[in-house]
Ligand binder design. Structure first.
Ligand code: UDP
Length: 241
């Protein structure tokens, strides 16, 4: 086996930490760090519901996410969407992924008539920014839910389970967990897996880059992601308890 760029074993996570209350004005926030990747995840709650919910008579609340890379988060400065005058397609795709992942574990009826927005801003990018965003967003959301309970706005927690995500990939025939940029850019297959702590998948994004993969390799990658995610759930729990 070829050694990894940072000396980890194929099934080892990068160090994963959560610094709580990084954005004091948000109801819940963390700086989620996965190796060199750092994402600020901040939860805001508003009592205004989106107009489409009122129009369609949908009860309960809503949750959505926004994702962006800060200009200095990448090696070459990345222009802000506001300066470019149009949204970045990649960011739109990623923020929808984050929203779907988080909504999968939230009982929107129990949330009540309020709108939760989770802002995920990448402070430093080194691969796995979307997975780190999902994993950190959950921790920030649980902190926000505790505050809503402390304020007497909700009694029962609307959180059904934890949600986390991790990347796996295939590089030179080797299945690897949690890829940094140097591995990600050369990987033949890149896969992002979002799963609940109840052991169910929310989303699996897998794609070959000028390459294909076999059903057996897909199973191997999924199994590695599941093993990695068990550790991620435990790290989230430790941070929260
Ligand atoms: N990246 C970058 N600039 C970009 C997009 C990506 O530098 O505009 C780098 C960054 O390190 C990112 C990595 O490429 O983490 C992998 O990007 P990908 O689109 O696969 O998303 P991610 O793995 O971050 O979820």
């Amino acid at each position: 086996m070829t050694p990894r760029s940072d000396g980890r074993s194929f099934d080892q996570l990068r160090p994963l930490t959560f610094q709580p209350d990084i954005a004091p004005h948000a109801l819940g926030s963390v700086l989620a760090s996965c190796g060199q990747t750092q994402v600020i995840c901040a939860v805001s709650v508003s009592e205004d519901l989106p107009p489409w919910m009122k129009k369609q008579g949908v009860t309960g609340g809503w949750l959505s996410a926004e994702y962006s890379m800060l200009p200095y988060s990448t090696l070459d400065r990345k222009a802000r969407d506001s300066a470019r005058g149009k949204p970045d397609g990649r960011s739109v795709e990623i923020q929808r992924f984050i929203g779907r992942a988080l909504r999968a574990v939230v009982d929107l009826e129990k949330l009540g008539p309020r709108q939760v927005t989770i802002d995920c801003d990448v402070l430093q990018a080194d691969g796995g920014t979307r997975t780190t965003a999902i994993t950190g967003a959950y921790v920030a959301l649980e902190l926000a839910v505790r505050r809503l309970q402390a304020q007497g706005k909700i009694t029962d927690s609307p959180l059904r389970a934890q949600i986390a995500a991790i990347s796996v990939g295939l590089l030179d025939g080797q299945v690897l967990l949690d890829l940094p940029y140097v591995e990600d850019k050369d990987a033949q297959v890149d896969m992002n897996v979002a799963m609940t702590s109840a052991g169910e998948f929310v989303e699996v994004q897998a794609g070959g880059e000028e390459a294909t993969f076999t059903p057996a390799q897909l199973q191997e990658m999924l199994a590695l992601a599941q093993t990695g995610l068990q550790q991620v759930f435990a790290i989230q729990r430790r941070a929260l308890d």
